[in-house]
Design a protein around this ligand. Structure first.
Ligand SMILES: [Fe+2]
Ligand SMILES: [Fe+2]
Length: 331
């Protein structure tokens, strides 16, 4: 068994001091039950680039509302302490610059785009079903794969091994991770989220977004997990080009859709408007997530993959249906 555990990852991240000073202070202020909105605003205001990213994110979460939020203190009030905490953390994730080796091996644009698109699809689903807190869906979407980012940055060699396995076997990221360790990016993400004292519902989703079959104890946790799980599959994934298994994807989205109570047509519309909004948001955040042509090319590649997978399924199905008749004829 591999000696590494999610707890080792948490300790390593703590030792390395992965969190920038401002962020560590933000977490400390949010964890203090006596903190007020102005206290957290004061800490965020100390960091110019964090302030700008948080304001841009808040305004994009509140997309379509007439009045823009201009000050961090107002942002904290409209988002609530828990959401602003998750939003601040994800803002700092987008500030990460991987080294050259990682940059060459991974298409980092695809990863940033996946986070943004998952967040936007999740918010659109949440609004369509009148989920009580679409902002919570957005920030959870942004952070759902934090385990991948942490592993890439702090256990680079191990994670490059996962990418190699993915390329060679095309079995999906979870199976590739489980070939190397007895845990996945979901366990690592949840362990980190617990150590950051994120809201329990967000931790639940980070841990279970690839597993929607076992019901959560709290129904709201279950609903948010189904929203993020569906959004995760609908958004272009960072490793889609190394993955096959369209049948599993279809069944997974269908199960999530039934749990959410969303019809097929609505989901189709959500997907359509989310793609445009994702490109707009990446642009607004000045994040290099690829231009429209790159995004459309990736979406097109994914469609071609789906087509060929479906074609294979049909060929296999026909072969199976014809088999008894062929046996009959030869006998
Ligand atoms: Fe994931
Ligand atoms: Fe994901």
């Amino acid at each position: 068994m591999h000696p590494l555990t999610p707890q080792d990852v948490v300790s390593a991240v703590k030792e390395i001091g992965a969190l920038p000073q401002t962020l560590a202070t933000v977490l400390k202020v949010v964890d203090n039950p006596d903190s007020r909105a102005d206290d957290i605003a004061a800490v965020i205001n100390c960091d110019v680039s964090l302030t700008s990213r948080v304001l841009k994110m808040v305004n994009s979460v509140r997309y379509g509302r007439s009045r823009k939020v201009a000050h961090v203190s107002e942002a904290v009030r409209v988002m609530g302490l828990n959401s602003i905490k998750v939003l601040t953390l994800s803002s700092s994730v987008f500030g990460i610059r991987p080294d050259d080796e990682l940059f060459q091996q991974l298409n980092i644009k695809r990863i940033w785009r996946h986070f943004i698109e998952t967040a936007i699809v999740a918010r659109n689903i949440a609004e369509d079903i009148d989920y009580r807190d679409p902002e919570e869906a957005f920030v959870t979407g942004l952070l759902h794969d934090i385990g991948i980012v942490i592993m890439m940055l702090h256990f680079k060699k191990d994670y490059l091994g996962v990418i190699e396995t993915l390329k060679a076997k095309r079995t999906g990221v979870i199976s590739a991770e489980l070939e190397l360790w007895p845990f996945t990016h979901c366990d690592v993400g949840a362990a980190i989220a617990e150590s950051w004292k994120l809201p329990s519902r967000v931790i639940h989703v980070i841990r279970h977004h690839h597993d929607i079959s076992s019901p959560a104890i709290i129904p709201d946790d279950d609903l948010l997990n189904a929203i993020i799980a569906a959004a995760d599959r609908i958004a272009l994934g960072p490793f889609d080009h190394y993955t096959s298994g369209v049948e599993d994807d279809i069944m997974f989205v269908q199960t999530a859709r039934e749990k959410i109570g969303l019809n097929h047509e609505t989901l189709k519309n959500v997907r359509k408007k989310s793609l445009i909004q994702s490109i707009e948001l990446a642009d607004y955040l000045e994040l290099d997530a690829g231009d429209v042509i790159e995004v459309l090319a990736d979406a097109n590649d994914r469609l071609a993959e789906l087509y060929f997978s479906l074609e294979q399924i049909l060929i296999d199905k026909n072969a199976l249906e014809n088999r008894p008749a062929m046996v009959g004829r030869s006998a």
